[in-house]
Design a protein around this ligand. Structure first.
Ligand code: PEP
Ligand code: MN
Length: 370
């Protein structure tokens, strides 16, 4: 169980935050004063966004990409706050970033996915937050490790941060998928069920990686009772210096927000329906991963087929097959699955694998004969 104490509801963060969901929007990175003011004014005009987000220091996977404008971006953010009334949020990754955010009166701080994955960095930031009364949002680590995510939340909470939220931004996929990061909805659902009072905000932009799937993911997050959305928005996405493909224009954001359906969790029937929806989402997400893995397995099977055909060996290797059955049945049983079920499943997978390899081999033969 997460050891999180006295977690404040979002409405306690600031006056004026009472309507759920909390909407946070703004560019991936601060690029210029003009870009910030132009984007912020249009976002504020929507009337439903409470917090303006932006990256001032950008943790990049590879060196040489745009690494953020640094301190001057905080001056622009202050102007955004003064002229639009929006609250402001930035990512902090170093204790100095916290000091600067305090100096420029930034309202909310967030910990990026790459930082959450490192307990040393998180502890250093948590220690530095002692005595600073600002809400902290913790993005999930890049890898799907719920304990690492909970651990980061606990470190801040132990340092006295009660205005705490988790941000679900998906997990790095091991295979290419249609989305930039796999949502693995079962993980934020588990987090919520372990700690009911912890607000969870979904970041559909980093899950999607493009603009097409953002509305669908945003709606799904609300249907799962998430408490808010963080959506990357830029006045001219095509010219953005980071994450250009996934940023919405303020106009697209407006349409998205107005099309969102917010369902209430009130009557007991509805809470039953919500619980069911959460569980079904877990199943959807697990099935998707299962099918992606099966497809990946078949690709490997085809690769093996190519080798077998080069070396002229038979498709069916009896010893290997027997070993597969014994090891998988043993694993299945240890996880509470019946032997009969595992055997049937393996037979189905094996049949398809043999068919794949037969196709590979006959293709190789026909090209030899040409
Ligand atoms: C971001 O919010 O721009 C960002 C860098 O996100 P993440 O840490 O989720 O990759
Ligand atoms: Mn980004």
């Amino acid at each position: 169980m997460p050891k999180l104490k006295n977690i404040a509801p979002l409405k306690k963060w600031f006056k004026g935050i009472n309507d759920s969901p909390l909407i946070i929007a703004g560019p991936c990175s601060a690029e210029s004063e003009e870009q910030m003011m132009n984007t912020a004014k249009q976002i504020a005009a929507i009337g439903k966004v409470k917090i303006f987000r932006t990256g001032i220091w950008k943790p990049r996977t590879r060196p040489g990409s745009f690494e953020g404008v640094g301190e001057q971006g905080l001056e622009w953010l202050q102007r955004v706050k003064k002229e639009t009334g929006l609250l402001t949020a930035v990512e902090v990754a170093r204790p100095e970033h916290i000091d600067l955010a305090v100096k420029y009166d930034i309202d909310v701080l967030w910990i990026g996915a790459r930082t959450t994955a490192n307990p040393f960095s998180v502890q250093e930031l948590a220690d530095h937050m002692k005595g600073i009364d600002k809400p902290v949002m913790v993005k999930n680590p890049i890898n799907p490790d719920i304990q690492l995510w909970i651990g980061a939340l606990e470190r801040f909470n132990k340092a006295g941060i009660e205005k705490l939220a988790a941000v679900h931004r998906g997990f790095y996929p091991f295979e290419t998928t249609t989305l930039r990061n796999i949502p693995k909805w079962e993980i934020p659902i588990e987090l919520k069920s372990l700690c009911h009072s912890l607000p969870i905000i979904c970041d559909p932009s980093h899950i999607a990686g493009n603009t097409e799937y953002i509305p669908e993911i945003a709606q799904k997050a609300l249907d799962l009772n998430m408490d808010g959305l963080m959506i990357e928005t830029h006045c001219n996405p095509g010219a953005a210096l980071s994450d250009a493909e996934q940023q919405l224009t303020p106009e697209q954001l407006n349409i998205l927000i107005n099309n969102l359906i917010v369902r209430k969790v009130s009557t007991s029937d509805e809470s039953f329906a919500n619980a069911l929806e959460s569980l079904r989402s877990s199943i959807d997400s697990i099935d998707q991963q299962m099918i992606e893995l099966l497809a990946k397995r078949m690709n490997v099977v085809e690769e093996i087929g190519k080798y077998k055909s080069q070396k002229q060996v038979t498709i069916l290797q009896l010893r290997r097959w027997e070993k597969i059955v014994t090891t998988r049945v043993r694993l299945g049983k240890s996880l509470g699955l019946s032997e009969e079920f595992i055997r049937k499943l393996l037979q189905l997978v094996h049949k398809e694998s043999i068919q794949r390899q037969t196709e590979v081999m006959s293709k190789a033969k026909s090209s030899e004969n040409k």
